[in-house]
Design a protein around this ligand. Structure first.
Ligand code: ZN
Length: 258
């Protein structure tokens, strides 16, 4: 028995030594549920913050009942609500949609100037070796402007996200120090992840933030982490089992993100 366990261990060791193509833990984007499920109004998931933090120390998402925007930074989870404030998050709180990774930059990109969100993401696009992998991006420093939004807590029966964002709260933050936390998701997974670039922002003093709608910055550096691995965990509840996820919601996705 012990010998069998030992040979299994040897095989695992051999695989990890001689398979450089296999993504290691730090190179995997972990995601819970799908973007389309959130668009459809599935705002209750079963994954706790304690479980989420085992899968990464950097990321974003939302909370059950769609109660605000989530930022995960340096292993801590922050809740950014529609009152414009940031709240501490208990390990027992749950999420219906979140994505995290163990952030480790493998390249950096100096951004001399970006007048808006499109200008920044165009520069990031040019720096990517491929548009077919996942990437995590962290940008820290003083921003000229960051326009963030948060979504209001919902109660059942839930409305689709495109309806809920009509009641979002928007906060234009000027001359503000903080961190942008974001991911790039390839277009071929547009129903699973948020297609393209998706950023959340948290101020340095951890008092404000949200989902980034627009921004302006000068002389900042983007740290980029290439993520060749993707791990998806799906909710195990009746709402997810019964949901109709066949509908094309791409136009809803565009409205929700912009
Ligand atoms: Zn967001």
């Amino acid at each position: 028995m012990r010998q069998k366990a030992f040979s299994v261990l040897l095989i695992v060791l051999a695989l990890s030594l001689f398979s450089p193509q296999v993504a290691r833990t730090g190179e995997i984007l972990f995601q819970y549920s799908t973007f389309d499920a959130l668009l459809a109004g599935l705002y209750e998931g079963g994954l706790t913050m304690a479980e989420l933090k085992k899968r990464g120390d950097f990321g974003l998402g939302t909370f059950n009942n769609l109660d605000g925007e989530m930022v995960v930074l340096n292993g801590k989870v922050y809740q950014l609500k529609t009152d414009g404030k940031v709240y501490p998050v208990a390990d027992t709180m749950k999420t219906p949609l979140a994505a995290v990774t163990f952030f480790k930059a493998d390249k950096s990109l100096a951004i001399p100037k970006a007048g808006n969100f499109q200008e920044m993401t165009a520069l990031l696009d040019q720096a990517l070796p491929s548009k077919n992998l996942f990437f995590a991006v962290k940008i820290e420093g003083r921003f000229k402007e960051v326009k963030v939004r948060s979504v209001p807590r919902q109660t059942p029966p839930y409305q689709p996200l495109v309806q809920v964002v009509k009641k979002q709260a928007v906060f234009p933050l000027k001359d503000v120090e903080g961190t942008l936390v974001g991911f790039y998701c390839p277009a071929y997974l547009k129903t699973v992840g948020v297609p393209g670039w998706h950023f959340h922002f948290l101020t340095k003093d951890r008092t404000q933030g949200g989902h980034v709608q627009d921004l302006a910055l000068e002389n900042l550096t983007a740290q980029i982490d290439t993520l060749p691995g993707f791990s998806l965990l799906l909710p195990q509840n009746q709402e997810f089992y019964q949901a109709d996820l066949t509908k094309d919601r791409l136009h809803e996705a565009e409205k929700v993100e912009k």
